[in-house]
Design a protein around this ligand. Sequence first.
Ligand code: PLP
Length: 473
Amino acid sequence: MKSNTLAALAVVSTPQQVHYNTEAIQAMDTAHYLHPFTNFKALANRGAQVIVEAQDIYLWDSQGKRILDGMAGLWCVNVGYGRKSISDAVYTQMQQLPFYNSFFNTTNIPAVELAKALVEISPPQFKHVFFTGSGSEANDTNLRMVRRYWDLLGYSERHVIISRHNAYHGSTVAGASLGGMSAMHAQGSLPIPGIVHIGQPYYLEGGKGLTQDEFGLKAASWLEDKILEVGADQVAAFIAEPLQGAGGVIIPPATYWPEIQRICSKYDILLIVDEVICGFGRVGCWFGSEHFEIKADLMTFAKGVTSGYLPLGGVMVGDKVAQVLIEKGGDFNHGFTYSGHPVACAAALENIRILREEKIIEQVRDETGPYLKQGFDSLLDHPLVGMVDTCGFLAALVLVKEKAENIFDMQMFPKDLGVGQICRDHMFKHGMIMRAVGNRMIVSPPLTMTIAQIDEMIALIRFCLDETLADLQ
Ligand code: PLP
């Protein structure tokens, strides 16, 4: 047995049989590490769970506890953990060329090969890519690109970008402004000027008295209302996720996207689709755009492009925008040290090879995705589960106080009870990671999850729902 540098105390059994001193790690963590999206003081009091190893769909913590990762890390480990061929590709590339930038008329082979591979799997209007280090940086890039596009065409006044409440587009200043998270806007005087928001297509929230289809059209009409309010000649673009991930796996009605597309065309507004979560197989095709039949001008990606093994993001640039930037643009004064990082690109290439050769996306589309839906639907008999939404390998259930025939008559738990957090804590305690967004409990598992593992996950969720129910009574 090996011993970690933070000397071993507890008896543990992680696959690599390493002993960890959890308390020492937690104390050091609290002393020096400010975590993202975290209440620092509350975390210092409880101590972070220390994740030390991962294989397939499972994580292990420093006390040897096995955890089923229902969130694929942070919606990203699409090919599952422990892929030796990705670490081999990274190791080889590290030795050959660990870094060089793509500024000043230079390039590197993995970045070129990845650009070609991305064009092959993207919708046909995309033949160019701009690389970034993350999804947030990619959305910052979108903002700069669409404004530059309109400048070059002589319409500098077209600078406003329309987004949606409860959207998530990242955490940089532009990313958080493009997003529609009120808790983020409340810190740091966001959104920045030139970004406005419309309502989200969440049927349960705004659809009372309407069919799903009617509500889809209504929610899309808010875009037209906003364009007219701002002035069509001021609007540069509309940005949206195919379905809202971090907002709680909110799946728009079928009528929503065709109507959004029609409105964008009518007013010549660029359409930016943020595929950071939906991309790379998550909804049973390479991109959510295929599922919802969206024809966007720009497409944000990150996360699943490397299955999270290394940081990488980017923007697929459609022909309409690329042509103007290339032919008329001169210097585009934007980019990052790590744009086209050769090692991250090598990881992405191997990740895409795995997705292709193991036919993982087809499996999600034809077999495991429908089975996951069946599993979630089976939870509808639980007294706490009022509604279930699924799309590919994304699923959400709505926790309710009292069910009713009509979803709009269901009794919800008071917000300040934090029912989602109560449920999430039970999940954690019993070795299951599920995310809580208000009263919506969501999963986004590795796409490699098998039928037997889906059964295991559904059984765990049911058990933890029982525990939550007992807690609330
Ligand atoms: N866009 C969407 C739709 C996301 O879900 C996220 C992250 O969750 C981002 C952008 C930001 O990506 P990153 O965290 O890599 O900056």
